[in-house]
Design a protein around this ligand. Structure first.
Ligand code: UDP
Ligand code: MN
Length: 551
């Protein structure tokens, strides 16, 4: 019945008579009701998402901009504000009809010292590629930037959008988390849709994100994020075609992704339909504004950057909502190679890592006791951090009658342990001091795989925090220490296992490799680690675990 009605509805007149709240309808080879003409093939810099290289006379500026912004702003400057990008959606996406009465949306973009052209390209693409009737406003919130071009020049520029773009400025640095919450308070649309300040939205990106929210206002939706290269602004899909990926986490609360389990994939009639995801990456999502505020927006005790994506994910699922990833909505994002800003005053008087402290807040509120231990096993120093007052967050959880984390693991994130098994306890953790050279095993910050040496012990800090679990895995953070006859390396820990070959002997202080039958030793002169036949009397083979305090 419904199908027939939709067939007829192709004539505009009849369409009006249809009941409003119709769910989305798929009709093969019938172009969807919000599809626009394919874009003309531009050939300027970066058009069609092609990589661009600056002219020789701009190379210096280009290099400087990379260190200042974490991305090549000289390249961005050369590219049109509304350059064309490839349509990375799957074919099916062209054939969906979406409701005609979708909620009005405030697109909220918070920014701190971003490049002018990348920020404005985000704004331009949103305005030019969204049905105007659903775009209430674009709300820009300046998180206390000090770059001169983000002052009057920005104010002048946005006048051309005739009031659609509103600019607010923080009086002091608030960090991205608090600034986004402020954006939700200030926004006037029914839906708030957050974007980072270096995005480009794709063809027909908005209606697919709004439809699930209209059907159920406790649903938050997440577009599929494409990659924009931070050096040449080449636009490309992050994932192989026809794969459906969702957001998960590991026990140290690093964001991870994993393919949609069959069980979930099968529930959809079309693979272009939205699917549930345990978590999201953080920067890009849409949510009913009132619902977001009922959830308390973000925990205001989260500072700066990090962990807020999990706080919101756990909160949404555990308190009765859901997160859907939407294959037919694609948004490009510039992944920076490093974070170009510091947190200044925000980090003052906070002991230890700001991000780990945020993670601790999140797990202390949302994990049940039996799950908290996995976080502390993975991040032992987090036990020593002061997470601040959590009373309000715990009250909110009770008031909203939220389900336990166990429910979340059983029903939503059940595939996480396949990649990240529950962690057995650590037998030892701390810095690992070599008795001969009195230095600490140091994994540095290099890209893995990398060789390992010792260096002067520096106490608190990631590179020298080593842990050995009851299953013989020796690791630091999410990296594992492995040895073979050639040497000792730091590699990504193998997915799906917590086992390792190491055995520590507390009596003679040897670190024994059960597979090789050799011991971990340090080279006297170049400090490189090696696997050698064990010599219990030699100090170069002796290691002592020493705990440390956060600074
Ligand atoms: N941001 C902010 N205040 C801050 C740090 C970041 O408003 O203290 C903004 C930043 O300009 C960007 C968004 O928050 O628009 C997300 O930050 P970023 O892109 O650095 O995070 P990532 O994408 O690397 O996770
Ligand atoms: Mn970003």
């Amino acid at each position: 019945m419904v199908h027939k009605a939709r067939n007829l509805a192709k004539s505009q007149e009849l369409k009006k008579k249809l009941p409003q709240n119709l769910p989305p309808i798929y009709q093969h080879n019938q172009t969807g009701n919000y599809e626009s003409e394919p874009w003309p093939k531009g050939d300027g810099p970066g058009e069609q998402g092609m990589p661009y290289k600056v002219l020789p006379q701009f190379e210096n500026y280009a290099e400087r901009s990379v260190s200042e912004y974490g991305m090549n702003i000289a390249v961005s400057d050369a590219i049109a504000m509304n350059r064309t990008i490839p349509d990375t959606r799957q074919e099916e996406c062209k054939y969906w009809d979406y409701p005609t009465d979708l909620p009005k949306t405030s697109v909220v973009i918070v920014f701190h010292n971003e490049g002018f052209s990348t920020l404005l390209r985000t704004v331009h693409t949103v305005i030019e590629r969204s049905p105007a009737q659903f775009l209430e406003e674009v709300l820009l919130i300046d998180d206390f930037s000090d770059k001169p071009d983000l002052k009057e020049r920005l104010e002048r520029y946005i006048k051309r959008f005739g009031g659609k773009v509103r600019l607010l400025r923080n009086e002091e640095r608030m960090g991205l988390i608090r600034t986004r919450s402020k954006g939700a308070h200030e926004a006037t649309g029914e839906v708030v849709l957050f974007l980072d300040a270096h995005c480009e939205v794709g063809l027909n990106w908005l209606p697919p994100l709004l439809t699930p929210i209209q059907l159920d206002n406790t649903t938050m939706t997440v577009p599929i994020v494409d990659g924009i290269d931070s050096n040449d602004f080449h636009y490309s899909s992050t994932y192989p075609e026809d794969t459906h990926i969702r957001g998960i986490f590991e026990w140290g609360l690093l964001y991870k992704e994993k393919e949609l389990p069959h069980k979930e994939a099968e529930k959809r009639a079309k693979t272009s339909e939205p699917y549930p995801s345990p978590t999201h990456a953080g920067g890009l999502f849409a949510i009913d504004r009132k619902y977001f505020l009922e959830l308390g927006a973000y925990d205001p005790g989260l500072l700066g950057w990090g962990g807020e994506n999990f706080e919101l994910s756990f909160k949404v699922w555990q308190c009765g909502g859901k997160i859907l990833w939407v294959p037919c909505s694609r948004v490009g994002h510039v992944y920076r190679s490093f974070m170009p800003y510091t947190f200044g005053k925000l980090a003052e008087n906070i002991k230890g890592s700001l991000v780990t402290r945020n993670y601790k807040r999140v797990i202390e509120v949302w994990f049940d006791d039996e799950f908290k231990k996995y976080f502390y096993t993975r991040e032992p120093t987090a036990r020593l951090l002061d997470a601040g007052d959590l009373t309000e967050q715990i009250e909110l959880k009770q008031r909203l009658n939220c389900k336990p984390f166990k429910w979340f693991m059983k029903n939503v994130a059940y595939d996480v342990p396949e990649d990240f098994p529950y962690l057995p306890p650590n037998i030892h953790w701390g810095e690992m001091v070599n008795v001969l050279n009195k230095e600490c095993l140091d994994t540095e910050n290099n890209e893995v795989p990398t060789s390992i040496t010792t260096s002067v012990c520096h106490g608190y800090g990631n590179n020298q925090e080593i842990k050995l679990n009851t299953k013989g895995q020796l690791s630091t953070g999410e990296r594992c220490i492995v040895g073979d006859n050639k040497g000792v390396q730091l590699v990504p820990c193998e997915l799906g296992t917590v086992d390792g070959p190491w055995q520590y002997n507390e009596e003679n202080n040897l670190m024994y490799h059960t597979k090789l039958g050799k011991c971990l030793a340090v080279h006297k002169h170049n400090k490189k680690l090696k696997m050698l036949p064990c010599i219990a009397k030699s100090n170069s083979f002796k290691w002592i675990f020493r705990s440390f305090e956060p600074k």
